[in-house]
Design a protein around this ligand. Structure first.
Ligand SMILES: Nc1ncnc2c1ncn2[C@@H]1O[C@H](COP(=O)(O)OP(=O)(O)OP(=O)(O)O)[C@@H](O)[C@H]1O
Ligand SMILES: [Mg+2]
Length: 408
């Protein structure tokens, strides 16, 4: 295949909504800076470790739970320089816990967090004799008091709210700990009565910060609100999101930040396969899909190099300095992160080579083909008696997006 033709591989599970939208937009894109892009859904199959894949770039939604594609991704990353969103080396090596540690060292305001030993230890004959020699007895309640109630107990490598609980008292803490089984847990100070909860979704050099209410049902968590952050806070949250991603080499990730009394506390930022469902993102769905198209096109056409090894030292050099304020450190991180994501070059590329994408997107998201995707997605997500209502609900939100992004 010529260097000017690029196949974007999609590694998918059961999702149909965003892949359909992504495929439709890429199919309508035409040449980008003289390069042709097309998409292909990847099939899982045996592979010769020396075979040459045809993909320039792969968007992975599967390897977080399925080892076969994960092993394939490692091969195409190491041997064939296929660009990956995300690279499994970066996510497997570095989970939520590592992200907390790195951000703490960098001076970001991560709430007080402790790691506690497994309730049910590893099933290994070495455990008992080792523990007898080296494991200190510990006072769970004292740690709870130190962190402060209420607190959140959650898996150190978390995901999808599995095993996450809010703990209001020492009694509850013992009960939840007893239920935690083999999972290694964090205890983290709960931030409640906050001003706002922000979910920011990053795709390469772009970040969208959205007003999020975790206590509502899935379809209603992201709310359409503009200007709900001051420009300074908005910028701080983008900086933190981009910093995490640049630091760990994550390209497609969501970050949760709680703003309380005007101060930003990031609480969760390691989502290898972030939620981009139409039924969650609704109004923001077209942004997410077009950002994926933009970033994929930029990486494929410019043959952006995928870096897996971290340059943590460059960040720690700023983070370890006592003479710098929080704001000064953030400004330094932002420069490093912007350089890593080639923000300027990316923006120029979009202006120069993708200026036709908004019109394509506007037309497609108003088309019968998209409406069909919307209806099918609602049917596969909601019970029969709610489907009609939700079809109208989502049509309304997408119409609002179309109005706010009209081409005239
Ligand atoms: N320190 C905290 N203060 C307040 N709320 C918290 C805190 N930690 C977690 N939560 C709440 O619990 C939810 C789940 O926690 P967290 O995001 O850390 O877990 P997760 O398993 O990664 O979830 P997801 O996959 O949805 O991102 C958060 O969205 C938030 O509502
Ligand atoms: Mg979360």
């Amino acid at each position: 295949m010529s260097r000017r033709e690029h196949i974007i591989g999609l590694l998918l599970g059961t999702e149909e909504d965003w892949p359909a939208a992504f495929e439709a937009l890429v199919a309508r894109l035409g040449p980008v800076a003289g390069h042709e892009l097309r998409t292909e859904r990847i099939v899982n199959e045996p592979f010769d470790l020396r075979y040459r894949p045809r993909y320039t770039l792969v968007i992975d939604r599967l390897a977080w739970w399925y080892d076969l594609p994960r092993a394939w991704l490692k091969k195409v990353s190491l041997m064939d320089d296929v660009y990956l969103l995300n690279n499994p080396f970066t996510f497997q090596a570095m989970e939520k816990h590592s992200a907390y540690c790195a951000l703490m060292r960098l001076g970001i305001r991560v709430p007080e967090t402790w790691l506690i030993p497994h309730k049910v230890p590893p099933d290994n004959p070495r455990f008992q004799p080792t523990a007898e020699r080296y494991n200190a007895a510990f006072d769970l309640e004292a740690i709870g008091a130190q962190v402060g109630f209420p607190l959140f107990m959650k898996p150190f490598d978390g995901g999808q709210w599995v095993g996450v609980s809010r703990v209001g008292s020492a009694d509850e803490l013992r009960a939840r700990y007893d239920e935690s089984g083999e999972r290694l847990m964090h205890l983290q100070t709960a931030l409640e009565d906050f001003d706002v909860f922000v979910r920011s979704l990053s795709i390469g050099a772009e970040t969208m910060s959205m007003w999020f209410d975790p206590s509502r049902p899935m379809h209603d968590r992201y709310q359409v609100r503009h200007d709900f952050l001051t420009p300074e806070l908005g910028d701080e949250i983008v900086t933190i999101s981009r910093l995490v991603n640049a630091f760990f080499r994550w390209e497609f990730n969501s970050c949760e930040t709680i703003v309380k009394n005007g101060i930003a506390y990031p609480i969760d930022y390691a989502n290898a396969s972030p939620d981009v469902a139409l039924t969650s993102l609704h109004y923001y769905f077209p942004w997410a899909i077009t950002a994926l198209v933009r970033w994929s096109a930029f990486c494929a056409v410019t043959r952006r190099e995928m870096l897996v090894n971290q340059n943590s030292r460059a960040y720690f050099e700023w983070g370890d300095r006592d003479d710098l304020s929080y704001d000064e450190k953030l400004a330094a991180y932002r420069k490093l992160a912007d350089a890593y994501f080639q923000v300027e070059a990316y923006e120029e590329f979009c202006v120069k080579h993708l200026s036709h994408l908004p019109a394509i997107a506007h037309e497609w998201f108003a088309s019968a083909e998209f409406d069909d995707v919307l209806v099918r997605t609602v049917r596969s997500t909601f019970p029969a008696h709610e489907q009609e209502r939700f079809v109208e609900h989502y049509r309304g939100l997408l119409a609002a997006w179309a109005r706010d992004n009209s081409m005239v």
